[in-house]
Ligand binder design. Structure first.
Ligand code: NAP
Length: 243
């Protein structure tokens, strides 16, 4: 049954934006390979929600920053089926001013966002090239476009991912693989739960944080048959924050 469905691999989908993207793509008919790192209970809940809505999903816990673990988890699956869509969403932040930033916080943030993108995408795109089809969507951030004080590591990682998006789009376009980035602003998730709302809200023309459901729609569109001539682009979903 699931062999007939297209597969979408969504990283970092045990909660937050990734979980909503996974649910949306499942509702659109994709079989979901749902990656996450450590929160088994939340990932199981997302899988249950997908199943309750009539969709299908399998859980793939691994750390995208760990090349060996990524390969061990994905290679057996990739030998059987090639995902039509890959959403590189896994991420986390370790904010702090540059002068006080530890080497570890610098390296860990770059490792998850940039090495994570590399580790997963290199394996998947090699198969997509053979099939001559695929969609890759990288979740970046307003922070990587405009810069945000206290996020030098995170901004650098997301800006790097925007560059990687554009280069990969140029590299694989002839094989009908479309690569785009979606760039959320401030979205209500665990990642933003401790931010000072009173300082941030005045910067957002719509006057509120966005919801993950307001990000997932464009990802669904970019994975659909209606988005066949869009590649190398960055789509802001940020309530009008000026970039
Ligand atoms: P979140 O609620 O904190 O969820 C993060 C997800 O990523 C979790 O499923 C987590 O898994 C997973 N993850 C973290 N590190 C991982 C790793 N090394 N390997 C595999 N999975 C990993 O975050 P979110 O707010 O939804 O953010 C999702 C993406 O959107 C991130 O790339 C983030 O940078 C980006 N973004 C968020 C916002 C925002 O305002 N929230 C704005 C712009 C961009 P476990 O919990 O199971 O470990």
């Amino acid at each position: 049954m699931t062999e007939q469905k297209k597969v979408a691999l969504v990283t970092g989908a045990s909660k937050g934006i990734g979980a909503v993207i996974a649910r949306e793509l499942a509702a659109d008919g994709f079989h979901i390979w749902l990656n996450y790192r450590s929160d088994h209970e939340s990932a199981r809940q997302v899988a249950d929600q997908i199943a309750a809505a009539g969709g299908s999903c399998e859980l793939l816990p691994f750390d995208v920053a760990d090349a060996g673990a990524t390969e061990a988890a994905l290679e057996p699956l990739l030998a059987e089926q090639v995902p039509f869509a890959l959403v590189n969403n896994a991420g986390f932040a370790r904010d702090g001013i540059m002068a006080m930033m530890s080497q570890e916080d610098w390296e860990k943030v770059l490792a998850v966002h940039l090495n994570g993108f590399f580790n997963v995408t290199r394996l998947v795109v090699a198969r997509m090239l053979k099939k001559r089809q695929g969609r890759i969507i990288n979740i970046v951030s307003t922070s990587g476009e405009s810069g945000v004080a206290g996020q030098v590591n995170y901004s650098a990682a997301k800006a790097g991912l925007i560059g990687a998006t554009r280069s990969l789009a140029a590299e694989v376009g002839r094989r009908n693989i479309l690569v785009n980035a979606v760039s959320p602003g401030f979205i209500t998730t665990d990642m933003t739960s401790e931010l000072p709302m009173e300082k941030i809200l005045p910067m957002i023309p719509l006057g509120r944080f966005g919801e993950a459901e307001e990000v997932s729609g464009i990802v669904g569109f970019l994975c659909s048959d209606r988005a066949t001539y869009i590649t190398g682009q960055v789509f802001a979903v940020n309530g009008g924050v000026h970039i």
